[in-house]
Ligand binder design. Sequence first.
Ligand code: GAL
Length: 340
Amino acid sequence: MRKRTWWIWGILLLAAAGMWVWAVGSRDKGQDEEKDSIRLGILLYRGDDTFISNVRQALEEQAKLYEQENQIKVVLNIEDAKESQNTQNNQVERMLSLGYDALCVNIVDRSTASTMIDDAIRADVPIVFFNREPVEEDLCRWEKLYYVGADAKESAVLQGQIVVDCYKEDPSSIDLNGDGKVDYVLLEGETSHQDSLIRTEWSIQTLKDGGVPLEKLTGGIANWERSQASALMEQWLEQFPGQIELVISNNDDMALGAIDAIERLQVKEKINVVGIDGTPQGVQALERGMLLGTVQSDRTKYAHGIFTIAAALALDEDPASKILLEDGRYYWTDQEALVK
Ligand code: GAL
């Protein structure tokens, strides 16, 4: 008899526990459905990088637009890692501990993403990486990891094609001294950045495939930076006086650095310079006739991609129902060649 009473009490207790779990679960669900604000962390590898600061601005615009269209308050916390992965890891940890709904990470060192991915998985906070692409094995470790960027091969092919088109229309516009070869110098971004390697390879390949007779004079790494590129270009102009006909740059800022050196040294001969990014500064140089061409990535679409995915994740919605993704986790922004 005593034994039977214990059984009954046990079953009652189990039922009560079950109901409690169900009640808490549905209360949390209810809260998510009613969410009227989201908190997103934006982590930048270097805040004073021209292209990145343009994307940042566009992200702020997206947040405002989203608030107006959805009546959902958006809190954006933007942090600058100033090129330190350690600093960025600490920023990530802090945001995770503060319960941010999603993080958008422009990672400093793309080969070390696994540390922050571990932290994010533990805290169950999704990450949208952008511009600096983690390796595929890292990105595939969790279904709440995404990547937004501009396809590096596409940028390079478009850049190369600008020169090919000019050459085909009038070879002397590219082979400036008419000696049957185009002497060029190459300005490259960070060695560890996927965009540098792919852009260099495909830009040169496109020029070769397009029949431009290339001859490399020299090249160097200027880490996307205008001042570093300017210093290199000054050196090359002194080393190869009157010889450089074309500057191929992995981005606009370095192209602008090369132009700074050309202007500083008051070089009389024409030199063609091509960049990538289509930053406002790059477009200005294009309009001044100093830049032959650039490849603009649509920064509104870029920021829209990052923001849409992050906001959906923050609201527990499926990003794929909001925006077209490749392989379920990649969003590539549109690009176009700009020439004067
Ligand atoms: C590249 C861009 C560069 C620089 C770099 C930073 O895609 O073209 O200008 O911003 O990203 O990661």
